[in-house]
Design a protein around this ligand. Structure first.
Ligand code: KIV
Ligand code: ZN
Length: 432
């Protein structure tokens, strides 16, 4: 679409790789039902899980991590329900997570019996602190752990040949691990799985805890992208968390640095400060003229479902979706927006000051754009009277009436809607 302009930094336009701008959307993996769910005070029950799944399908996700089936009966039952009730559309692949432990892997494959397709996601920690404190293994021990369990994946999959399997491996705590060691573990796992360019496996690189600035994380992704042995047979995926509040930036840089795929959650749910916010990254792409391949044209409906499923409200200032983000309180902003709307013609590039996106594109309305409080000026007041009541005030009267409104607001100290303005106008000018 051509409504939005890509902002390529001057001087970097001709740089081809790593990319200075993102020119196409990554493959998206929603982990709302796994990483997001495991971080909820009250994890979703089957009803909420199904509602979330259906919403994710409607948005357009083709890969959805639906749970950790060996972790609880609800998680196991949900996977069974999806398969037995034939709820998975033909163009959608479910993904499930398991730790590198034999009985958990067996239970995971058991949950997937009868699935037409599935991504099975193996993880084990690789960082020194986890090796020392939790696993009690040296580097060789970690490689052996990963390889042994990668082999179990092959054995289990061979027992269910009717399913089309994709294997995924995550070196947990990648962001806190020496790169050469991460490469050694990943190469060892992919040597077992022997993926080909036609039948790739997925290598997922998490910032399990976001320790660094996003450019450092992206440099690490780029290093793996350049150095992994079977890169042409790997879908390289990034899984940023948001501990420093830079999950979105980390994800964008990771794609520029070579990641093909991103894992995240709607509105940034997930462990601690959350996973990367897929709504944010996708709509950032959209406002750069790149189709994200996900449909957020009814963002308020999606938000209502997600709030219901997660039982966590979305912040009023959340990019693209918060209650206040298509609102302008200050008079000068209101005035500029009003003038830009009047000057705008059909087919113009979107260029309205203070509004990075057309609210209509996410199903929000212009009515919500202008609000009037003690910070507002004549622009917002006359916009509301004109758009809601067809009352076009001459400029002198706009100035005069805004002073009247200001006095009322100084007394009341609260925001005024179009109906309040209309009543004040009628009282002031004695209209009946
Ligand atoms: O953040 C993380 O490391 C994870 C892995 C299990 C992929 O969620
Ligand atoms: Zn995670």
């Amino acid at each position: 679409h051509t409504k939005y302009r890509a902002f390529a930094p001057i001087g970097l336009k001709d740089r081809t790789w790593p990319d200075a701008v993102i020119t196409r959307a990554p493959i998206w993996l929603s982990t709302d039902l796994r990483d997001g769910n495991q971080a909820l005070v009250e994890p979703m029950d089957l009803e909420r899980k199904m509602r979330m799944f259906e919403t994710l399908v409607e948005i357009g996700f083709k890969e959805i991590e639906v749970g950790f089936p060996s972790a609880s009966q609800t998680e196991f039952d949900f996977v069974r329900k999806l398969i037995e009730e034939d709820r998975i559309p033909d163009d959608v692949t479910i993904q499930v997570l398991t730790q590198a432990r034999e009985h958990l892997i067996e239970r995971t494959f058991e949950s997937l019996q009868g699935a037409p397709r599935a991504i099975v996601h193996l993880y084990n920690a690789v960082a020194p602190v986890m090796r020392r404190v939790v696993l009690g293994l040296d580097e060789d021990g970690i490689v052996e752990l990963a390889v042994t369990h990668a082999k179990m994946f092959k054995d289990q999959a061979a027992r269910q040949p009717a399913t089309q399997w994709t294997f995924q491996y995550s070196p947990e705590m990648f962001s806190g691990t020496d790169l050469a060691f991460s490469k050694r573990v990943v190469d060892a796992v992919t040597a077992v799985w022997a993926p080909t360019p036609e039948r790739k496996c997925i290598v997922n690189l998490p910032s399990t805890v976001e320790h660094s600035t996003p450019n450092i994380f992206a440099d690490m992704i780029e290093w793996m992208h350049r150095n992994l042995e079977r890169r042409d047979a790997i879908v390289l995926c990034a899984h940023p968390h948001n501990d420093r509040g830079t999950g979105t930036a980390a994800a964008e840089f990771a794609v520029m640095a070579g990641a093909d795929r991103l894992e995240g959650c709607l509105f940034g749910n997930g462990e601690r400060t959350g996973n990367l916010d897929i709504v944010n990254v996708a709509l950032n792409l959209y406002t750069q003229g790149v189709s994200p391949g996900l449909d957020f044209s009814h963002i308020d409906d999606i938000r209502a479902t997600v709030e219901h499923c997660n039982q966590i409200p979305v912040h009023p200032r959340h990019p693209y979706v918060g209650d206040l983000v298509y609102t302008s309180f200050s008079g000068s902003h209101q005035d500029a927006i009003k003038k830009a709307f009047s000057a705008r013609k059909d087919g113009d590039i979107w260029d309205i000051p203070y509004l990075p996106i057309d609210p209509k594109d996410v199903g929000r309305s212009y009515e919500a754009v202008i609000r009037v409080n003690s910070q507002s000026g004549k622009g917002g007041i006359s916009y509301l009277l004109e758009s809601e009541y067809g009352l076009e005030l001459p400029r002198r009267l706009q100035i005069e009436f805004s002073q009247v409104v200001q006095q009322v607001m100084d007394v009341q100290g609260k925001e005024l809607g179009a109906a309040d303005l209309w009543n004040i106008f009628r009282d002031e000018y004695r209209m009946d």
